[in-house]
Design a protein around this ligand. Sequence first.
Ligand code: 2IP
Ligand code: CA
Length: 394
Amino acid sequence: MDIKDKTSGGRSGTVGSGMADLLKLLLRVSEKAANVARVCRQEAPLFALLVQEKTGDDKNKKFVQDFKTLADVVIQEVIRHDVGAQFPEMVDFIHGEESNKFENGLGESVTVTVRATEQETATLLASVLDGDLTAAALLARAIHQDPATVDASTDGLAVPLSPSQFGIWIDPIDATSQYIQGREEVLEEGRLSPSGLHCALVLIGVYLRSTGAPVMGVINQPFNRKDPTSGSWQGKIFWGVACGDVKMCSVPRPRASPTGQGPPSVVLSSSEKQAAKESLASLCGPQRLMYASGAGYKILCVIQGLADAYVLSEGSTFKWDSCAPHALLRALGGGVVDLARTLESGPEAQAELTYHQPRSQAKGADRWANSGGLVAYQDSSQLKSIIGALRGKL
Ligand code: 2IP
Ligand code: CA
């Protein structure tokens, strides 16, 4: 897939070979991850593991407790392994939603890693799949198989920074619930589709370790469309770079609405607070208030211009949900702000989310929560009207 550069504003330069090589690697490894996500749904022995509910006595003690998490962990480890192999200086700064340590029902702990050969990886996976050699072999093949070439022509761009200055956030499969439910939707050009397999995304975000700013993002949508003849799923990849003066995105900046400003269209989580729903309904009008699954997917809707903004008043997303799509919005001139901080200090404060510091008083995954909620936006004037509508209401 040849992706033409789309410098969307900002002076062009040239991405130093490190950044260009990192972008090409992340595109390739995101496609490998997408293949694992597709194989886990398309191969019956794996799908059976993915969807079976292991509860009560029928839970096989030697079996890893939750295959879905195993698929997540495998994808995360593939990305960590491949990036660490090419950029060893980054290996300690590749973070993800999941830990790769598993304990089966007998208390046997296994660390899932990508081994040097497919056979060694299959043997390791069999130990958390209670000896299911077929499933382990299918998964190991997807892990070691090189994906079809994903080519991004990054000529003519430069970022005078080296990969050692960056960290990475991985969400192996965002919108887990949609991935498991697996409802198939035929996407309509230009329309937001609230739920279904297309909401499941592989998210790989790169941030500058010194400032925490999101500088590069790759979003892989493994289930973008189903080939009508072969019945197999085709994916779609979105990427962006926003570093210094360099701003480029595979998605063209959406056209400004012909009717000038007008009220914004806003996409929300179905579990959004009533107070936020009511305040935004009066700002946007009920027709322009939409709902969709997947934090990453909702930000992707803003990137694609299917919604002007995504508002979340709760702290229910994490750095791995927002880093990648945030970088694409930065490349398009938009961003993702911390809602609580922006309500407090105003939109001009530009309280953009950052990705390098954990929350001091929190523990575990909560250290990396976007605890103040967020607003993902393209146009800062719409951010302003949304903040005005929410002030004093939440
Ligand atoms: C989830 C996922 C959910 C989202 C939640 C995220 O990540 O994106 O869909 O909830 O906030 O943390 P909602 O769909 O209501 O927006 P994951 O699926 O990786 O747990
Ligand atoms: Ca997620």
